[in-house]
Design a protein around this ligand. Structure first.
Ligand code: G4F
Length: 358
């Protein structure tokens, strides 16, 4: 039975990837940061209580197993590698909010940049001690391209414009360096924006779909946003984790752009989401400079020719279907909220401007 270790397993991508790997017969190990409140709602449906696994808490191989750890703690990463003995490691953990990275630049660089280095060093030592290869997926980002003209592919220059993007560029180069210096199998995915109903609530797509649904049902009236003219290449996260897995099944490691090749502005996303609910977004959206970044990336649109040709990967969900999936999900949530069920955690931006600046 193959074993995989996922950093960032509680996030959107981690949950879809864990589902994919469990479905393919993997034993999946995930790293969870210690917190006084639970934040495992995206993977709760996949997790088996260790008390049900047998006397030693391990029982039969398989299933999803969680370990406390942190990308800031190299010692813990090494212990987790020893415990999990993974064949494949997927590094998805990061402080991934671009706007927040301007407020928490050192923390973002530590987690997303140095964190990757800590993991690569730990894998290097673990693979040598265990005497077997370990394949690593490093989650890069289209943010690394920054001001490089669209469409961006693997040959485009990295011109990052945020502390987050700079950290991701460093992690990318650490990966390439460790690949060349030590012969480690490290594949760099350069993923363009990928969304789903499981998206974090402070990213613009879910912020819009959640607000549109609540406005439709009279639960709120305004939505505060920043830059509306920025264009992004939005795909479906469930499709993108397939590309991650395929990268680790190749005979040699490489770097791959993963994208739909179609870009839309935030304004177009608003039109599509509010339009699905027969709402006029202009009657509800208020521009708020708090949600702008100090510098913006005007246009990201990916050319994923290499991934399509080498991995045989193709995105299945296109823009209109993605928007519909997210709006319909959030309408269902809002209906339950109005009926008196547990309200969704409405994020900053659905309320009047407060300290939240995401
Ligand atoms: O949804 P966003 O915050 O995503 P962004 O910055 O493109 O980054 C996401 O995708 C990257 C892949 O390319 C990942 F690496 C990264 O971790 C993250 O997942 O913002 C999208 C656009 C931006 O141009 C932003 O300025 O929407 C604009 N925007 C306008 N108003 C807003 C808002 N973004 C957010 N988060 N909140 C707003 O109120």
């Amino acid at each position: 039975m193959p074993r995989a270790l996922i950093t960032g397993v509680t996030g959107q991508d981690g949950s879809y990837l864990a589902e994919l790997l469990l479905g393919r017969g993997y034993e999946v190990h995930g790293i969870v940061r210690r917190s006084s409140s639970f934040h495992t709602e995206r993977i709760d449906h996949l997790y088996t209580d260790p008390h049900l696994l047998g006397d030693d808490g391990h029982g039969e191989p398989g299933g999803l197993r969680l370990h406390y750890g942190d990308m800031l703690d190299g010692t813990a990463l090494r212990r987790i590698l020893d415990a999990a003995q993974p064949d494949e490691v997927y590094n998805l953990a990061a402080q991934s909010h671009v706007r927040v990275s301007f407020d928490q630049s050192e923390h973002t660089a530590d987690v997303a940049g140095l964190g990757a280095l800590r993991l690569f060093e730990a894998v290097r030592d673990h693979a040598r001690a265990a005497g077997r290869p370990v394949r690593v997926y490093q989650a890069g980002s289209s943010e690394m391209f920054g001001l490089a003209p669209a469409p961006q592919n693997e040959a485009s220059p990295f011109l990052p414009r945020s502390p987050y993007a700079v950290a991701k560029v460093a992690a990318h180069h650490f990966g390439v360096t460790f690949r060349e210096a030590y012969g480690l199998f490290i594949a760099n995915g350069i993923l363009f924006n990928h969304e789903s109903p499981r998206r974090g609530e402070t990213f613009v797509t879910l912020k819009i779909t959640r607000a549109a649904a609540r406005i439709r049902l009279g639960l709120q009236d305004r939505l505060y946003l920043g830059e509306l003219d920025a264009r992004r290449d939005w795909g479906f996260a469930g499709d993108y984790v397939v590309a991650m897995w395929l990268m680790l099944q190749q005979p040699v490691p490489g770097d791959f752009v993963v994208a739909t090749g179609e870009s839309h502005s935030v304004r177009e996303f608003l039109e599509a989401a509010f339009g699905r609910l027969e709402l006029d977004w202009q009657a509800h959206v208020v521009l708020d400079p708090r949600y702008r970044r100090p510098v913006e990336i005007p246009h990201l649109c990916g050319d994923s020719t290499r991934a399509r040709a080498t991995l045989g990967w193709t995105p299945r969900v296109r823009f209109a279907e993605l928007v519909a999936m997210m709006v319909d999900h959030d309408l269902d949530l809002a209906q339950r909220e109005r009926a008196g069920g547990a309200p969704p955690n409405v994020g900053p931006g659905s309320r009047a401007p407060g300290p939240g600046r995401a």
